[in-house]
Design a protein around this ligand. Structure first.
Ligand code: IPM
Ligand code: MG
Length: 360
């Protein structure tokens, strides 16, 4: 297969983890006889510094023309505590999602047996937890009508975000949820706040109408506050969660810490144009240049990329290599066992590449 990949390394640890992601992608492509070409493009703080725009038109065109985007991370502390900044790196990510029509964000939360002790939760609660959060990504408060802080007619400073959803937006993401549930344990949990929010009542109404079309899937409804609690009390309850943009943002950070390291979780964003594959962690500016971050989420995002194109063996080989690296304690510092060797981003990446190359 021929694959044109847009490479958006972004900020912070992004370029370092991306280097390993690309190395793994190339090694797998070589092994299975795929022809891959890469085109790098600017995004995030880096792009603001260079061209004044966190998602420049040229980057958009590169993404649109590609078969897939491999994305690392954006963000820079110099913008974080400045609420009046006119442009922010995160706007680049949001612009990418919107312009590429990436309405479905797929965030699997899987545990690795050898790492359950790293979880802040008890081993017995976490072991075997395996669910997917399908987060709506181009609607809700993130993109609804906004008003930045300003003094109103009564002389009071106010601000506004609107949590807007239309029926087609809700329906298409619920369908993605049902498709995933059908391929998994056939249990879909629709997370909303229908006891308070009108937008959530639309979600619930549409879901109730659709559930009859999927009699093989057990559908249940859960308020988001309850879901946040359940995720900690009993993460194994969940199979597929489908929810709106803001709730999905919050719940997936919560979900990621169940597994013990945020550095392990990949994601895919799909929709009407080029799909994007990226780790769910951020740019971790404090780790930049130190060769200490975990490249596994980026590498597992490459596995998701192959699987998206139905290249299952390719994805499976990456997962096997990642598991082997963990089993052999070839691990970055935050998940390394006491007395274990010292491995940084580069060493873990190189080990995984070597493993892939050595497979018959
Ligand atoms: C995420 C991130 C982004 C979001 C930020 C960086 C804009 O937290 O992908 O979850 O809020 O969607
Ligand atoms: Mg988030």
């Amino acid at each position: 297969m021929k694959l044109n990949i847009a490479v958006l390394a972004g900020d912070g640890i992004g370029p370092e983890i991306m280097e390993q992601g690309v190395a793994v992608l190339s090694a797998v492509a070589e092994k299975f006889g795929h022809e891959v070409s890469y085109k790098e493009a600017l995004c995030g703080a880096h792009a603001i510094d260079e061209v004044g725009d966190p998602f420049p038109e040229e980057t958009f065109q590169t993404c649109k023309a590609a078969d897939a985007v491999l994305f690392a991370s954006v963000g820079d502390p110099k913008f974080d505590n400045n609420p009046t900044a006119k442009v922010r790196p995160e706007q680049g990510l949001l612009a990418m999602r919107k312009k590429l029509g990436l309405y479905a964000n797929i965030r699997p939360v899987e545990t690795f047996d050898c790492l359950v002790h790293k979880s802040p939760l008890k081993d017995e609660l976490v072991r075997g937890a395996d669910f997917v959060c399908i987060r709506e990504l181009t609607g809700g408060m993130y993109f609804g009508k906004k008003q930045e802080p300003a003094v109103n007619a009564d002389g009071v400073e106010d601000a506004l975000d609107t949590n807007y959803y239309s029926r087609p937006e809700v329906e298409r993401i619920l369908r993605v949820g049902y498709q995933y549930a059908r391929q998994r344990r056939k249990h879909l949990t629709v997370v909303d706040k229908a006891n308070v929010l009108a937008s959530s009542r639309l979600w619930r109404k549409v879901a109730q109408e659709m559930m009859g079309e999927y009699p093989d899937v057990q559908t249940d409804f859960m308020y988001v506050d309850n879901a946040a609690m359940r995720m900690i009390q009993d993460p194994r309850f969940f199979d597929v969660i489908v929810t709106e943009n803001t709730f999905g943002d919050i719940l997936t950070d919560e979900g990621s810490c169940i597994t013990g390291s945020m550095g392990l979780l990949p994601s895919a964003s799909t929709g009407s144009s080029t799909p994007v594959f990226e780790p769910i962690h951020g740019s971790w500016p404090q780790g930049k240049g130190l060769n200490i971050a975990n490249p596994l989420a980026q590498i597992l995002s490459v596995a998701m990329l192959f699987e998206y194109f139905d290249l299952k063996k390719e994805g499976a080989l990456i997962r096997e290599a990642v598991n082997a690296s963990l089993d052999q304690n070839v691990r970055t510092p935050e998940i390394q066992v006491e007395g274990g060797g010292k491995y940084g981003i580069k060493e873990v990446g190189a080990w995984i590449v070597k493993y892939i190359e050595s497979k018959k």
